[in-house]
Ligand binder design. Structure first.
Ligand SMILES: Nc1ncnc2c1ncn2[C@@H]1O[C@H](COP(=O)(O)OP(=O)(O)O)[C@@H](O)[C@H]1O
Ligand SMILES: [Mg+2]
Length: 406
């Protein structure tokens, strides 16, 4: 079972039998970006997709990224993904997959379901999720089935841009350790939205004694402590794994810069919960005026250092930043594999072309040793020759895939 307590000892003998079980074995896309219909069957080994620009490689990885909670690797709006976009035939996209999980094969479906009749509203809609044929509430249950981690060219700027991207990157990794993390973040955000709405509605009234606000802030404080504790734990484990890492990828030092995360490092969870509850209560007028909640785990940032260079990731070269990201994703995959036996599904979009030969070979060896189903893309098939015989190769052109002999 996934989601075992983090403190549970890892039994090495248990691992061998479970390894590499987290994989997509069947994928069907319908009206998904450039794909009118795509059916693909693969096994648990790495998958290499090569083809010219615009062939449909990233779109396919995006479809796989929607097997995890959230908005996928492009953070696109639901109607942007519909084939043809707003000007297209108006069909809503769907992704169906068979996932090989530690508990056996599971059928997963996710699709854009339009909301209401209004054309403007239809663009929004909701992302429906079905697991083994049954509709589930929200997307959080996906986190319990498989972990999907990705690196895309857009993430080359991860260390330079807003903290929200780094926080999401970390939270996605945390899902693999604690699948309940996605549900908690959803519950926290929902309570925060309601608090913001209440504060807006009651602006100018007495905000001090309001049982609804009390209840929402209590809920937020409870969820915050669980969210922050999970992040702290995963960051500590990643740092531990980094200390043991060998090979050509740089070791990364991770630090969380967050209010509740800091409080938890100093004292007991209950004290942190009370502190946040009191802080939220004290900030009601200020937050009402600002129209948002100023403090909480939705503001946490992840700081990364290049340990050998002794420099913040944001001050490293683009290539070094990329290598740091790969290093973190690989360390996390090793940890999750040791813990649950099911390595994350890794989506590595245009990653290989930026690596020198030594790092490329090390990456391929590591992916194969982990038994991870990594999906790798590139324009140049020759760069993947190190995976010959160990991966499945497909040529992508004009939204069609052709299997190629490895
Ligand atoms: N909603 C959409 N409907 C149809 N085609 C789309 C949609 N969104 C993007 N595309 C097209 O899909 C094609 C493939 O994109 P992509 O997967 O990013 O290519 P690449 O193989 O370079 O990664 C592009 O030509 C793009 O214009
Ligand atoms: Mg691409």
């Amino acid at each position: 079972m996934r989601g075992a307590a983090l403190t549970e000892p890892v039994l090495r003998d248990d691992l061998a039998g479970l390894r590499g079980r987290n994989a997509v074995t069947r994928l069907v896309l319908t009206d998904f970006r450039c794909y009118e219909r795509l059916r693909l069957t693969v096994d648990g080994r790495p998958v290499v997709l090569t083809g010219p620009n615009g062939a449909g490689k990233t779109n396919l990885l995006e479809a796989l990224s929607l097997l995890a909670p959230g908005r996928g690797l492009r953070r696109a709006r639901l109607d942007e993904i519909d084939r043809g976009g707003a000007a297209g035939p108006g069909n809503c996209w769907a992704v169906a997959a068979t996932l090989d999980t530690a508990d056996g094969p599971t059928e997963v479906g996710t699709a854009h379901e339009p909301a209401g009749d209004g054309a403007a509203e239809a663009g929004r809609g909701r992302r429906a999720v079905r697991i083994d044929g049954s509709a589930v509430r929200g997307q959080a249950p996906l986190a319990a089935l498989a972990t999907v981690a990705w690196l895309t060219p857009e993430m080359d700027r991860l260390f330079l841009e807003a903290s929200s991207d780094r926080r999401r990157f970390l939270d996605r990794l945390v899902y693999g350790h604690q699948p309940g993390h996605a549900t908690r973040i959803g519950a926290y955000e929902q309570a925060m939205r309601e608090r913001n709405r209440l504060l807006r509605d009651r602006l100018g009234n007495r905000l001090g004694d309001d049982v609804w606000l009390d209840a929402l802030e209590q809920r937020m404080a409870e969820e915050s402590v669980a969210i922050a504790a999970a992040r702290n734990e995963v960051v500590a484990r990643l740092n531990g794994a980094m200390a043991l890492a060998e090979g050509p990828f740089p070791r990364a030092g991770l630090t969380l810069d967050g209010l509740v995360e800091g409080w938890l490092a100093e004292g007991p969870a209950l004290a942190a919960e009370e502190r946040l509850r009191d802080a939220l209560r004290a900030a009601r007028s200020e937050d009402a005026a600002a129209g948002r909640t100023g403090a909480g785990p939705h503001r946490t940032d992840l700081a990364v250092r290049h340990l050998e260079k002794g420099r913040a990731a944001g001050e490293c070269s683009t290539g070094e930043q990329k290598a740091l990201l790969i290093s973190i994703v690989l360390a996390d995959a090793r940890l999750v594999a040791m813990q649950s036996g099911a390595t994350p599904i890794l989506l590595l979009d245009e990653v290989v072309a930026h690596l020198d030969g030594r790092r490329r070979a090390a990456l391929f060896d590591e992916l194969c040793a982990l038994g991870a189903q990594a999906w790798l893309t590139g324009t140049d098939r020759a760069l993947f020759s190190g995976l010959e015989g160990r991966a499945q190769f497909f040529a992508v052109a004009d939204a069609e895939l052709r299997s190629e002999a490895a």
